[in-house]
Design a binder for this molecule. Structure first.
Ligand SMILES: Nc1nc2c(ncn2[C@@H]2O[C@H](COP(=O)(O)OP(=O)(O)OP(=O)(O)O)[C@@H](O)[C@H]2O)c(=O)[nH]1
Ligand SMILES: [Mg+2]
Length: 296
C-alpha cells in the first residue's frame, strides 16, 4: 500500500487519533525496532501529552539486539516504557499485560477514590504504516479481528476488543505518518519497507543500505555475498560486485544495479542478511547536532 501524506490527510488522521485518544487510558505506540525515531510520528508527543504510553519496538527479530536494548532505555521515562516485541513469533508479547497494568495503576486508583469503578484498561494502538499495528491487534486478540481502513463517508461503529486480561483494545488503529523532511530518515524508512519505492529510486535506497551495512556490519556482507566490503570501498562498486555474484545482468553483460539493489533490499527486509538496526541512539544525537549546526 502506498500512502501519500498530503497535508489534508495528515490533518484528518490527526483529528481522528485525537478523538479516539480521549477514550483510552493507555497508548501502545508502535515503532520499528530497527529505526525507532525515524519511524516515529513527529507530533506524537504533542498528541499524547499526559497519557501513559507503552512503546512497542516491533520487528525486534530483525533488529540488532544491542541497539534494541539501548533504545528501550532511551525511551523510558515517568509515563513511558518500551518493550521489544516480535509479533510474528510472540516474543515479548506476554510482558505487555503486566507493564500496561503498572503504567495505569495510579490513574485507576485515583478514579476508584472518586467512586468510579473501572474494570478494564482501555488502550489504543498507534503507529506509521507497515509497523505491525494490525498484526499486533490480531495477536493480542488471538484471532483475526483488525479491520482494514475506514471507508470514507460510511458511518461505522467502533468496536472494543476484550483481551481477557483486564484490557480492552480499540479495533481501529490510528495510522500516523513519519517525517520525511530529513533525507536520512526517508532512506531508512524506504530501506525498511515502510515507504514505497516510488518515492525514492530503488538503486539509491540499495546503495544507502549497502553502504551502511558495510560500515557497521561488514561481516554480514561477507557472509551473505562473499564480497569484501573493504574499508573505503565505494558503495557503488560494492553493489556492482553483489550484482555480479547474484547474476543481475542486463543484455550485453552490463550489471543491472537496480536488480542488485532489489536483492539487497529483499535480503535485508526478510532478515536473511542478519539482525541489522538502521539507527542507534548515538546516531540520532549526532544528527540532531548536525541539523542544529552544533559542534559534534
Ligand atoms: N519480522 C516481523 N514482521 C512483522 C512483525 N510485525 C509485523 N510484521 C510484518 O509487517 C507487515 C506489516 O504488518 P501490519 O500489521 O499489516 O502493519 P500495519 O501497521 O497494520 O500497517 P498499515 O495497516 O499499512 O498501517 C506484515 O507483513 C507483517 O507480517 C514482527 O514483529 N516481525
Ligand atoms: Mg493495518
Amino acid at each position: 500500500m502506498t500512502i501519500q501524506w498530503f497535508p489534508g490527510h495528515m490533518a484528518k488522521a490527526r483529528r481522528q487519533v485525537e478523538e479516539k485518544l480521549k477514550q483510552v487510558d493507555l497508548v501502545f505506540e508502535l515503532l520499528d525496532a530497527r529505526l525507532p525515531l525515524s519511524s516515529r510520528n513527529p507530533m506524537i508527543e504533542d498528541l499524547i501529552r499526559e497519557k501513559s504510553r507503552l512503546i512497542l519496538l516491533t520487528k525486534s527479530d530483525l533488529a540488532d539486539r544491542e541497539a534494541t536494548r539501548l533504545w528501550a532505555g532511551f525511551f523510558r521515562s515517568d509515563k513511558v516504557r518500551a518493550q521489544p516485541v516480535d509479533i510474528l513469533s510472540g516474543t515479548g508479547i506476554k510482558q505487555i499485560g503486566p507493564i500496561s497494568r503498572e503504567l495505569v495503576k495510579e490513574k485507576l486508583a485515583s478514579q476508584t477514590r472518586k467512586g468510579i469503578q473501572r474494570h478494564r484498561i482501555r488502550i489504543m494502538v498507534v503507529g506509521v504504516p507497515n509497523v505491525g499495528k494490525s498484526a499486533l491487534i490480531n495477536r493480542l486478540a488471538g484471532r483475526s479481528t483488525a479491520k482494514t481502513g475506514d471507508r470514507p463517508g460510511v458511518t461505522r461503529t467502533q468496536q472494543w476488543i476484550k483481551l481477557g486480561n483486564g484490557m480492552e483494545l480499540l479495533d481501529t488503529p490510528g495510522i500516523l505518518w513519519p517525517k520525511f523532511d530529513d533525507p536520512k530518515v526517508g532512506l531508512r524508512l524506504a530501506a525498511s519497507g515502510a515507504i514505497k519505492e516510488e518515492i525514492l529510486p530503488v538503486e539509491e535506497i540499495g546503495l544507502y543500505l549497502l553502504n551502511y551495512i558495510a560500515k557497521r556490519y561488514p561481516d554480514l556482507i561477507r557472509d551473505r555475498y562473499r564480497v569484501n566490503p573493504g574499508k573505503e570501498r565505494e558503495a557503488r562498486l560494492l553493489l556492482e560486485e553483489v550484482g555480479r555474484r547474484r547474476g543481475c545482468m542486463k543484455k550485453g553483460g552490463e550489471i543491472d544495479l537496480e536488480k542488485a539493489a532489489e536483492v539487497v533490499l529483499r535480503d535485508y527486509r526478510s532478515g536473511r542478511l542478519g539482525r541489522i538496526s538502521l539507527e542507534f541512539p548515538t546516531d540520532w544525537e549526532e544528527e540532531t547536532d548536525e541539523r542544529e549546526g552544533n559542534d559534534p
